[in-house]
Design a protein around this ligand. Structure first.
Ligand SMILES: Nc1ncnc2c1ncn2[C@@H]1O[C@H](COP(=O)(O)OP(=O)(O)OP(=O)(O)O)[C@@H](O)[C@H]1O
Length: 309
């Protein structure tokens, strides 16, 4: 088994504790586009009350997975349960409990922002008018402008306002901040976290911007090879996974073997290892016997993503 697969297998063997009933339960999900199999017998259990960052490389299948979960794309096999009942098709009462921000928002280009929000509000029993007004002001959205005339970033802001306003129990966002400038991203993240302070709310969002996941203190779910490879709290990943660097002038023919190594490579004078729960005394002993200097670092999420995705 390649080392990266070993790494993610090791992480998967210690799954996140799930104190609440799952909001989402996926079993054996299969999805192909013609001969391209994107999701392969994917299992995923998402507990309530968490912020979950869905990470994966370009083309890993994040958008496909999110669309399948919401019934927006037909599945080839397996089952999906939302709030404890099978997800068969979009619509119905349960959909009022779900907010979705798609990767691109290009509906109703002829409608003005105010008319669009009023029209949408009419479909929902719960619609937070006060929050809508606050976000419109904070994010400088002109309610008299037509949606088709908004910039990409402004459209994304509108999509976020529209998704949050009905006070959903589950908020699903597909790269929601890709077009937002850093200021708007920060504002969005703090709104999102404020929303999450209410008990039982769950957020799933895919992103490439690892700093946003760090700000949200999210659980990280890694999608690779058509499956969720592991889901673990970011704080736990950062606490337990360390980047261990041995360096010496003569370099290395291969990286030293240490307990808990998930991945390693040699780079000039350095042997760089990603190690779970390293035993510091053993590493120091090994460094001394190999006449090497030792550095133990806490990896950034970006480092982890590069190593594991
Ligand atoms: N409608 C479609 N028809 C055919 N292939 C598709 C379709 N939608 C997605 N795919 C393929 O499925 C795979 C997964 O795509 P998807 O958009 O889900 O990935 P992603 O992880 O969201 O990527 P990114 O990070 O680039 O947004 C890709 O190989 C893509 O080409």
């Amino acid at each position: 088994m390649p080392v990266t697969q070993l790494a993610v297998a090791a992480l998967a063997s210690n799954p996140v504790q799930q104190p609440e009933m799952p909001v989402l339960q996926v079993r054996g999900l299969e999805k192909s586009f013609k001969k391209r199999q994107v999701l392969k017998s994917l299992d995923w259990s998402v507990p309530g009350g968490r912020v979950i960052g869905l990470l994966g490389r370009n083309g890993a299948g994040k958008t496909t997975l999110l669309r399948c979960l919401l019934g927006l794309s037909p599945i080839d096999g397996g089952s999906i349960e939302l709030f404890g009942a099978p997800m068969l098709e979009p619509g119905g009462e349960r959909m009022h409990r779900i907010g979705f921000v798609p990767q691109t928002f290009d509906l109703f280009p002829w409608m003005k922002v105010r008319a669009y929000l009023d029209f949408t509000a009419a479909f929902y029993a719960r619609w937070n008018h006060e929050l809508v007004e606050r976000l419109l002001t904070n994010w400088e959205l002109d309610v008299k402008q037509k949606i088709g005339e908004l910039s990409q970033g402004q459209r994304q802001k509108l999509a976020i306002v529209r998704a949050i306003a009905p006070d959903p129990d589950l908020l699903v966002l597909d790269e929601p901040v890709a077009s937002l400038d850093p200021q708007a991203r920060r504002a969005f993240m703090s709104e999102l976290l404020a929303l999450m302070r209410a008990p039982g709310k769950t957020v799933i969002f895919s992103t490439h911007i690892t700093a946003d996941l760090e700000r949200a203190d999210a659980d990280i779910a890694l999608l690779r090879d058509g499956r969720i490879q592991f889901m673990r709290p970011l704080a736990e990943l950062r606490e337990r996974l360390k980047r261990v660097v041995f360096s010496r002038a003569e370099g290395w023919s291969q990286a030293p073997v240490v307990a808990g190594v998930l991945k390693s490579h040699v780079q000039g004078e350095q042997a760089v290892l990603l190690v779970e729960d390293p035993v510091v005394e053993s590493l120091h002993a090994l460094a001394a016997s190999e006449h090497a200097n030792l550095h133990i670092e806490t990896p950034t999420l970006e480092d982890l993503f590069v190593e594991l995705a």
